[in-house]
Ligand binder design. Sequence first.
Ligand code: ATP
Ligand code: MG
Length: 237
Amino acid sequence: MNSTLVINAKGGVGKTTLVTNLASYFASRGVPTTIGDVDPQGSSLNWIQQRPTDAFKIYGADLSPRGAPGAAITRRQIPRETKQLIIDAPAGPSRLMLQDLLARTQSILIPVAPSAIDVHATANFIKELLLVGQVRFRNIRVAVVANRVRNARPVYAPLEKFVASLKISFLTKVSDSDAYVDAAERGLGVFEMPADECGAEQREFLPIVQWVQGEEPVAAPAEPSNVVPLRAESLAG
Ligand SMILES: Nc1ncnc2c1ncn2[C@@H]1O[C@H](COP(=O)(O)OP(=O)(O)OP(=O)(O)O)[C@@H](O)[C@H]1O
Ligand SMILES: [Mg+2]
């Protein structure tokens, strides 16, 4: 079983959107897929409930403190046949929860929203993450995805430099698109929508799918030419 944790200390940055679209991709390819929802809000589990009855099967496991007070229960909740486990983390996880989540994952995906505030908060979160020894010790893969990108916003150049300085992959820019909102409302992901409606979203999302499957990104996203790069140290504080 491949296990991917989608996490950021910030709320509302697109964790659930990445989780549901990844799950919908794998499920639509016939891969037994489970979403582990650690967030007591239960947004991913709610999305699964919205899915049409004839949609590809995606299992939902309530891994929130409410649903899974112990690790043994957690393991029992995840169907044995699961090949892809995608974990939706809550905003602001405690250090204890972070350690628990890292113990059961091979890859960490961090969505970041396009604002200087979010970029700085994420840089701090990544530093905190790397301080939890397991990431280095167990060689857990870490990648960042820019989410809700409206244009080539300069704010990402500092983030790209920062993650590059830490040898973390910057995978792709996911656009701010109604397609993600419309699909989510129907309990679907963009890969389950017609290509003539969601082709651009499907293409921009593919590098995330490929990375989750173990591939490393081919090339870093191009840096807009009008950007004056900040030095990574200025983000690292
Ligand atoms: N790429 C996108 N384009 C348009 N809307 C988006 C995109 N990504 C996320 N959203 C919207 O932004 C809101 C927050 O996204 P989401 O719920 O995925 O974030 P989250 O990090 O899981 O939030 P929380 O911390 O509350 O769990 C939602 O309404 C979602 O539909
Ligand atoms: Mg969420």
